[in-house]
Design a protein around this ligand. Structure first.
Ligand code: AMP
Length: 285
């Protein structure tokens, strides 16, 4: 695996591959890699001739009170993991390389789909995400870019950006990889102390309870969210940013789950904010 820190070096590496007709797969990450990230890398390696992984803790997607400074960083460990997953190139630029002095061009989506849920609780988050994704797409010019369903709203907005801005990149969404007790893998899980880690399994347990209730005939979104809330609160003190049952294409709230929907939540346990989601399919009558 080759490692790059500058845009020009990465472009020089990729140009002959592109000229030879090789397909390029791209996996953007913020590092502190785990099996969730690696599942995307393996998928890119399987689908494409060249797999590029970026490791960049993107400052513009963090709010002023968020965890940018303490976000876990382990470039050496991450490089080993990328290489073992078969990646051909690792791109880890410094913030100045991506945001040079005077940077002032932003990608924003100004509708309810972008402003709800994470957009409501982290008002500048998606502007940072979409801007860095567009920059990386322009730098790497991938045929396909791989995102996790773990960040459901992010994958949706990035796919919309690619479509609306006529980018030639296919946005592929991959399943959520979970720990044995159901907790969705996340770089932020390492902030959890043992008690908080145990409590954090309540997120996926709550979502699974909603899925089971739906399978048993409960279609009221209010009743399903109440079940999830009860599971979260039973596990210990937490601060719930949102629990929502939404249309999977628009994220508009759903009242009755009579077609596919997605249950999404964001919860703070101690000082750690966690998100998770689960697709819901009502039973056929
Ligand atoms: P991050 O480093 O948190 O920005 O994540 C980089 C990519 O990995 C995003 O597309 C995430 O959705 C994806 N990802 C993170 N955690 C998981 C997981 N548990 N399963 C699948 N994909 C994940």
């Amino acid at each position: 695996m080759q490692t790059f820190a500058t845009i020009s070096a990465l472009r020089s590496f990729l140009a002959p591959h592109r000229a030879s007709g090789h397909t390029i797969g791209f996996v953007p990450t913020m590092g502190a890699l785990h099996e969730g990230h690696l599942s995307l890398v393996r998928r890119a390696v399987a689908d494409c001739d060249i797999a590029v992984v970026s490791i960049f803790v993107n400052p513009t997607q963090f709010g002023p009170t968020e965890d940018l400074a303490r976000y876990p960083r382990d470039l050496e460990g991450d490089s080993r993991l990328c290489a073992s997953a078969g990646a051909h190139a690792r791109f880890a630029p410094e913030p100045r390389e991506i945001y040079p002095e005077g940077f002032c061009t932003w990608v924003e989506q100004n509708d309810a789909t972008a402003r709800c849920l994470e957009g409501e609780h982290r008002p500048t988050h998606f502007r940072g995400v979409l801007t860095v994704c567009l920059k990386f797409f322009n730098i790497v010019q991938p045929n396909r870019a791989y995102f996790g369903q773990k960040d459901f709203q992010q994958a949706l907005l990035v796919r919309r950006m690619a479509r609306q801005l006529d980018l030639p990149t296919e946005v592929v969404t991959c399943p959520i990889i979970r720990e044995a007790d159901g907790l969705a893998m996340s770089s932020r899980n390492r902030y959890l102390d043992p008690a908080a880690r145990k409590q954090a399994a309540s997120l996926s347990r709550g979502l699974e309870k909603a899925r089971a209730a739906l399978a048993a005939g409960e279609r009221s979104a209010a009743a399903l969210t109440a079940l999830i809330r009860a599971e979260l609160l039973a596990a210990g003190p937490c601060e719930i940013d949102y629990i929502a049952i939404a249309d999977p294409d628009t994220l508009a709230p759903v009242e009755t789950v009579d077609r596919s929907a997605v249950a999404l939540l964001a919860v703070r346990i101690a000082t750690t904010r966690l998100i998770d989601n689960l697709l819901l399919t009502p039973p056929q009558p």
